[in-house]
Each structure stands twice: as C-alpha cells, then as structure tokens.
Write a protein that binds this ligand. Structure first.
Ligand code: NAP
Length: 482
C-alpha cells in the first residue's frame, strides 16, 4: 500500500526545475512549484541587464536530462538560457505544476506536515518542502550617502529596467564582479561615456565569448545524440580539472593564475592603467571573472576607470574620495547580492518551534547542501555550500534531487513519516568542509561574496566524485526517522 506524497517546491529556477523533473521521473506527481516571479528561470529571469552572458560554456551549462544541441553561441546569452528553461518546462510537462506570481512568506512544521502561507494569505499543506530558492537572488544595494538625491535613474543589474536609456548618456557602473564587467563591455559602445567605479579590481580571464557554436557541431550533436551525450560527459569530467585547480595548490593552479596575469598584461599596455587594474590578491580567489571584451572597452576614449572609493552621490553625479565629482546621467549598481540569504526572509519554523533564523544565527549551515537539523521533511536544492566554483550547478541540483527522491520513496512506501538529519552528522560534515577549505584558493586572502559574516567560506570544497558519493543515497545513521 503506497501513500500519497504532497510536495511543495519553492522556486522555479534551475534548481526548482531540476527537482520537479526528477520527482516526476521517479513517479511523484503530486507537487507544486511555487514561484514568486512571473516566469521560470530564477537568475535568468531576474537578470536582464545588457550584455548578460553565461561565462560557463553552454554545452556544459545545461541539464543532464535535457542536452541542447543547438546553442547559438559557445557561451550562451541570458535570453537564450531563459528560452531553454521555458522550453524544458513545456517539453517535460512541468507547466501544469507551476504556480507563478506566488510568494511563500511562511512555512511551519506542525502535526507532521508543513503549512505554507503565501503573501496573498492563501495556505498550502505539504508532506515535504523543497527549497530551491537560489543563492544570488537578493540584490545588494550599497549604502551610498546621497543616493536618494541623484536626479537620474539608479538601477541594480538584477532588477534592470528596460526603459532606461543608456545610449548617448553618461553612465556610471559601480562594481567589478562578473556583472559589472559584462555591463561595462555592453554599454561602452553606445554610451556617451562609461565611468567604471572599480573599488577593487578583479582578475579577468580572457575568452572569446562572442563565438557562435559552429553549424557543423550543431548538426553533428543533433544527428548523433550518443555523440552529444559523450561530449557532455567529457565536459563534465573536465570540470574536475577546475575543481582540482581551485582546491589544491599545485602547478596547475599556478598555470591558470599565470594566464590571468597574462590576460591583463597582453591587453593593457599603459603601465598606469595596468597597475590600477591589478588586484592585490591571487587570481581565482574571488569567483573568476571571464571576458573577452572588458579590457578593450575600458581603454576606449569614452571609458574611464575610477579607482578612488565613492564617498557620496549628488543630484548630478558621483563624488570620490579624492574630491573629484563625476557628472553622470544614469547609475548602474553591479554591486552583487546578499549571497547567504538562501530561503530567507521567508519565516520557516521547524520542529519544536525553532526558526531558521535561530538555527542559522551563526550563518547558513546544512548537511551535504540539503538537510538542516530541526527541520524535518524539508530539503534544499542548491542550499548552503552548494556554490561550487567548478562543478556545474545543474549537476549538483539533479544529484541532490535524486537524493531527496530516496526519502520521498520511503515516505510513499509507508516506511517513514518523518525524516530529519542529526546535529552530529551536520557538525561532522561542516567540520570536513572547514578542513577542506584550508588549501583552497578562496582562502588565500581576498574579500568575496563567498565569505559569510562569520568569516567562513560558503562553497563546496570537494570534487565531483565526492559530491556524487555523498549524495548517492542517504546514510540512515545520519538521520532520525520515525
Ligand atoms: P560581486 O561579484 O559580488 O561584485 C560586486 C561588486 O560591487 C564588487 O566589485 C564590489 O566591490 C562592488 N561594490 C559593492 N558595494 C560597493 C560600493 N559601495 N562602492 C563600490 N563598489 C562596491 O557581484 P556580481 O558581479 O553581480 O557577481 C556575483 C556573482 O554572480 C558572480 O561572482 C557569479 O557567480 C555570478 N554571475 C555569473 C555570471 C555568468 O556569466 N555566469 C554573470 C554575472 C554574475 P568590492 O569587491 O570592493 O566589495
């Protein structure tokens, strides 16, 4: 005799889509994917800034269950990736499970099930909650004095307003991460002036991101799915090399770092500008920026690199610490995200009334990226420690979803009614993470969004084989079940 399993997946981004498809494939059909946005896609829905391109090659940045032979570019654009997500949702019959424009504001575990409340006041009940709420979601807006007095538009890249005019305007771009670099490259050709406020420069690896996927390759991948599967598999395997580079100090890491230095040296001839663009930390310490156009853009006559810190905004521009006032018409905040919020600010109350804020008072923490002590029958997909910097996120999401299926199956088969990871197993996992972080390049002394307020590094410090092994099947000794 099997039992019905009511599942709510929160978030219809890449992690939510991976979970929904995996559950369906495993025979679980009683699930709803609740999404506060008006479309699926997560970051690829929210981010629509000019120049948005994925700096991970397209043939690796895709779901294992939905390889796409026909990417237009070797590095896909944001709109292409968003179309891919929509197409998958339709093709795999997930659209009927979607509830868009619906934000879950609270989830409470009581009497053996989860009661969820939406911002509209509706309630939903679930046996299992799967939080696929993303990592880089809540925009970080810096507290710059006078920002509210600036007369022109101020826009964060993750909430881009398509009505903003940048062509022929003087545009300030604040922030030098992957986003700032892409926006500067995209706006520079049409703007009257682009002023890039680069408080801390980043290393930028050169790559020809404008290249189209060759037609012959598309034809071959279409015609021979086995070849496509083989290519995908090899590319996935190659990500091991990157994992090795970032986690283990070796000549391989030094070689990639030398390439980053060469990318700067070969493209920026002016010694003063080169010095200004040289970071004071090792390449790869922050999330690596990749671009084939930024250095060219920043040396154009209408581009200016401003390295002095910003002190204030005035109605007509931006003032820096050296006293200079830079007149601009538009301010673009490429200032990143609150990267450790995960499912907050949702109010989540687990067993015995414990809140997620209480459980995470010292920062986000989970067991193997997916389970949290105190919160039975709740899992995360791409939860704490899931940013990998090397392993494709789709792989992590699909593997985690399959792991969760093991518990859904036991619930459906009547073997369990409740499952909760133990505090001891979570401690042990986090101690292993702390040990493994030691020799990583992320721990070589830079300030990045990888760092939590508690000073820990919220990343996956192991290789792909370890991820696969840890999530192959649940270890019963690590859980309390009833
Ligand atoms: P980010 O890497 O966190 O960079 C934020 C930038 O804003 C930093 O340069 C930071 O400077 C600057 N900043 C913040 N407050 C400031 C202030 N008051 N004054 C001056 N500068 C200020 O954010 P992001 O560029 O949005 O990228 C976040 C992540 O998104 C990336 O690392 C990547 O994982 C992902 N992403 C991926 C792609 C892709 O192609 N796959 C594209 C875009 C983004 P400091 O460093 O000095 O703090």
């Amino acid at each position: 005799m099997t039992r019905r399993v009511r599942i709510v997946i929160i978030g219809a981004g890449m992690a939510g889509i991976a979970a929904a498809h995996t559950f369906r494939q495993a025979g679980f059909t009683d699930f709803t994917v609740v999404e506060k946005g008006s479309d699926v896609g997560g970051v690829w829905h929210w981010n629509r800034y000019p120049g948005l391109t994925c700096d991970v090659p397209s043939q690796i940045y895709q779901f294992g269950f939905a390889p796409n032979p026909a990417w237009s570019h070797l590095w896909a654009t944001g709109p292409d990736i968003q179309r891919y997500h929509r197409e998958i949702v339709d093709r795999f019959g997930l659209a009927a499970h979607l509830r868009l424009n619906t934000e879950i504001t609270a989830a409470r575990y009581q009497d053996g099930s989860w009661l969820l409340t939406t911002s509209g006041g509706d309630t939903m009940t679930a046996d299992f909650v799967v939080c696929a709420t993303g990592v880089l979601h809540h925009p970080f807006i810096p507290d710059i004095p006078g920002m509210d007095r600036f007369a022109g538009p101020v826009v964060h890249t993750a909430r881009w307003d398509p009505d903003i005019q940048t062509s022929g305007k003087r545009v300030a771009v604040i922030g030098t991460g992957s986003t700032g670099v892409q926006v500067v490259s995209a706006l520079q050709p049409e703007a009257a002036a682009v002023l890039h406020f680069a408080r801390s420069p980043q290393w930028i690896l050169w790559a020809p991101m404008w290249l189209r996927q060759p037609r012959a390759l598309t034809t071959a991948l279409r015609r021979w799915p086995a070849l496509h599967a083989f290519t995908f598999d090899r590319l996935q395997w190659m990500s091991n090399i990157l994992a090795d580079v970032v986690t283990t100090p070796s000549w391989r890491r030094r070689a990639v770092q030398a390439y980053a230095r060469l990318s700067l040296r070969a493209q920026i001839r002016d010694p003063h500008l080169r010095a200004t663009l040289t970071p004071d930390y090792q390449p790869l310490c922050k999330r690596q920026v990749v671009s084939g156009s930024y250095y060219r853009a920043i040396t154009r006559p209408n581009a200016l690199l401003v390295s002095d810190p910003i002190t204030e905004m005035t109605p007509t521009g931006v003032r820096t610490a050296d006293g200079a006032h830079h007149e601009v018409d538009v301010v673009v905040l490429a200032t990143g995200f609150h990267a450790h919020n995960y499912m907050r600010p949702m109010s989540i109350v687990g067993r015995d009334g414990i809140t997620l804020d209480e459980a995470w008072v010292k920062g986000p923490r989970a067991y193997r990226m997916t389970a949290i002590p105190g919160f039975p029958n709740l899992f995360t997909v791409l939860g704490p420690n899931s940013p990998t910097g090397s392993i494709p996120l789709q792989y992590s999401a699909e593997t985690t979803a399959r792991y969760i299926v093991a518990w859904l199956t036991r619930f459906r088969d009547g073997e369990i009614t409740e499952v909760e990871v133990t505090e001891e197993a979570t401690e042990e996992f986090n101690a292993a993470v702390a040990d493994a972080i030691g020799p990583t390049v992320w721990n070589t002394g830079c300030n990045s969004w990888y760092l939590t307020e508690a000073g820990t590094i919220d990343l996956w410090p192991f290789d792909r084989a370890t991820l696969t092994r840890m999530l192959a099947e649940p270890d019963p000794g690590h859980y309390r079940v009833s």
